[in-house]
Unconditional design. Structure first.
Length: 195
């Protein structure tokens, strides 16, 4: 069975199309109108090996907030749909990813309970024109709507670009492992029998 999903989400602030293939090769087609965010989403797809299409037309003349948050929501919905009943997956994964002086930990539980636990302080407020606080907004929407427990923690780092990129790559690597089929798992990986 294909582990794919297509989500179209339109509001008064954004018009979004997201497609995912959990068993892909990391191929990406990303265009949100926010350059740094496109760079981060491309890294997310590439390092998770999830084929990822994200097209968004948002009210970036206001700022980038709605685009970034709403893409997180739509991507979370797509991940949740593509996972189906979650039978046979590894479910848990954690990884530390370095990017030069930055080191970020990501831990994922495909739990059915969507929550972000964020401890990623970033000193500079901007990467180019991108507000660094939007990293939190993206991952909060993503974790909530994907139904995953997601811990992100900066171990060290000074450069805002490096910290955010390490965060996206760490999340990607943890997701890659957590959504993988595990040949030793039969059925739903939970003592409750449901996730």
């Amino acid at each position: 069975m294909a582990r794919t999903a297509r989500i179209a989400r339109t509001t008064g602030e954004t018009d979004i199309l997201v497609e995912v293939d959990l068993d892909g090769t990391g191929k990406t087609d990303v265009a949100t109108g926010v350059g740094f965010f496109d760079h981060m989403l491309t890294a997310l797809g590439r390092h998770s090996l999830i084929d990822l299409t994200v097209h968004c037309k948002g009210d970036t003349w206001v700022d980038d907030h709605h685009t970034v948050e709403d893409v997180g929501i739509a991507l979370g919905q797509a991940l949740r749909e593509a996972l189906g009943d979650k039978a046979g997956i590894r479910r848990f994964a954690d990884v530390c990813v370095p990017l030069d002086e930055a080191l970020v930990l990501a831990a994922v539980d495909i739990s059915g309970r969507g929550e972000l636990y964020w401890d990623v302080p970033i000193g500079p407020d901007k990467v180019g024109t991108f507000d660094t606080e939007l990293g939190h907004e993206f991952f909060a929407g993503f974790a909530r709507d994907a139904g995953i427990t997601l811990h992100l923690r900066k171990i060290t780092g000074d450069n805002a670009h490096h910290i955010l990129e390490a965060t996206f790559k760490a999340c990607a690597r943890a997701l890659r492992a957590a959504v993988e089929p595990d040949p030793r798992v039969s059925g739903i990986p939970s003592t409750k029998g449901v996730l």
